[in-house]
Design a protein around this ligand. Structure first.
Ligand code: HSE
Length: 452
């Protein structure tokens, strides 16, 4: 085969090493599918590694690799938002296509990076940035291109889902499961990104832009992690037929006649969902994204959301797409060949850049969700009546109530599930409940969604 495609891999951590292994394992498949030889010519690594093929140049100067004549596609898997950005911008300036798994970088600087790529007639591909090995970017950019997306909900952090699953199924302590997720290569360099929902918020920002054709707005994603979830709430939820999952939601709202409330909700938080919902049964490191679109309806995409093999699979899917772009030579009006043939590629955020919309992102107080409330009250007559009156005065519809027998000092945990309510109304109601003399603690609240 002629016309080799030359790859540079920047970063030899879990993902970079996974990409090298994938290429070694599946080289025949890659060649047969692309019709080209795919070779790694350079790797960017801080220290020389003796386990790397001697034909591959090892270099700690990433900017030099990004400009090298011996490289067609730059694979950025170093992570972070500073050096990674400089290197990617340099690669773009030098006419290289880029493949990246860096959701933090794209969520924060994607608008600038994609615009620069467009201007330089190259592509920045990022399948590996969202939901690991699930081809959700390709699905949303291409397979759903004829649909109007109303909402999506997803388990989009493998570490968090692994922790929640192990806690629920085996009662294992949080810190113990997190260490295992780190050993398995699931967690971010800074695992607070996983457990505080920041990583999921990065991914949600990307999904929402593709879904609704809006610019990336990571700073407007409402974000709650899983560190406050207790086994007690996990068990009460199960008793009521629900399961707590850490989910990202992107929802289009029409404002129900009030233009000020029309816009997009972007939120990441623990959520009670029905136990028999498919998403409730996605466990371990698996991710899943449920997309509700018109006219297709609901579709679910599921698979490993983190780890070397899953992420390398997504990285190389992008490489294979770009190999086809690179192999496609067009001529312009003057007969000059256009190696990149960029015009035939799907736009970065799936919509033509000039057509991105300024639909506002709604504030937290405008969001609409159901709720799980855990209220601790003294065991005395009228307590329940006081709580339910406050909720009913606020127009909040109660769906279920569970009251446990008094367990300590005459206190009773009261669990209440509500139908969807605007967050500002729920805030006011909780404020009033917490002012009751009979209430002993802060109200615990977790959002609830029937996913219907
Ligand atoms: N830390 C991420 C996760 C890796 O656990 O999902 C994949 O993006």
């Amino acid at each position: 085969m002629s016309n080799s495609i030359k790859l540079a891999i920047l970063g030899l951590g879990t993902v970079g090493t996974g990409v090298i292994n994938l290429i070694n394992d599946n080289l025949d498949e890659l060649k047969r599918r692309s019709g080209r030889d795919i070779i790694i010519t350079e790797v960017g690594t801080r220290r020389q590694r003796d386990d790397i093929d001697s034909n591959i140049m090892q270099n700690s100067d990433l900017m030099a690799i990004a400009a090298s004549d011996n490289v067609d596609i730059v694979i950025e898997v170093i992570g972070g938002t500073t050096l990674a950005k400089d290197v990617i911008m340099h690669a773009i300036k030098n006419g290289k296509h880029v493949v990246t798994a860096n959701k933090a970088l794209l969520a924060e600087h994607g608008n600038e990076i994609f615009a620069f790529a467009e201007a330089n007639n190259v592509h920045v591909a990022y399948e590996a940035a969202v939901a690991g090995g699930i081809p959700i970017i390709k699905v949303m950019r291409e397979a759903l291109a004829a649909n109007k997306i109303d909402w999506l909900a997803g388990i989009i952090n493998g570490t968090g889902n692994f922790i929640m699953t192990e806690m629920r199924d085996k009662g294992r302590p949080f810190a113990d499961v997190l260490s295992e997720a780190q050993e398995l290569g699931y967690a971010e360099a800074d695992p607070t990104f996983d457990v505080e929902g920041i990583d999921a918020a990065h991914k949600l920002a990307l999904l929402a832009s593709i879904a609704f054709g809006i610019p990336l707005q990571f700073d407007k994603v409402y974000c709650e992690g899983i560190t406050g979830i207790t086994l007690q709430d996990v068990n009460y939820a199960e008793e009521l037929g629900y399961r707590i999952k850490h989910l990202g939601f992107a929802v289009r709202r029409d404002g129900q006649g009030n233009a000020d409330d029309a816009g997009v909700e972007l939120r990441v938080h623990p959520t009670l969902i029905p136990q028999d919902a498919l998403l409730a049964n996605v466990n371990g490191v698996k991710n899943a994204v449920l997309v509700n679109s018109h006219p297709l309806g609901q579709t679910l995409y599921c698979g490993d959301g983190a780890g070397a093999g899953a992420t390398a699979s997504a990285v190389m899917a992008d490489v294979m797409d770009l190999v086809r772009v690179l192999g496609n030579t067009d001529c312009d009006d003057q007969g000059n060949s256009n190696q990149n043939n960029h015009g035939h590629h799907v736009p970065h955020l799936a919509f033509i850049p000039e057509q991105l919309s300024d639909t506002p992102i709604l504030r937290a107080e405008q969001m609409i969700t159901g709720y799980y409330l855990r209220v601790h009250a003294y065991d005395s007559p009228g307590v329940l009546a006081d709580i339910t009156r406050i909720l009913s005065d606020a127009g909040i519809n109660i769906d279920a109530i569970l009251q446990k027998p008094a367990h300590k000092l005459g206190q009773v945990p009261v669990i209440i599930l509500t139908l969807p309510v605007v967050e500002s109304q729920m805030n006011l109601a909780i404020e009033k409940i917490e002012k009751l003399d009979t209430i002993t603690d802060k109200v615990v609240r977790i959002r609830l969604d029937e996913l219907a």
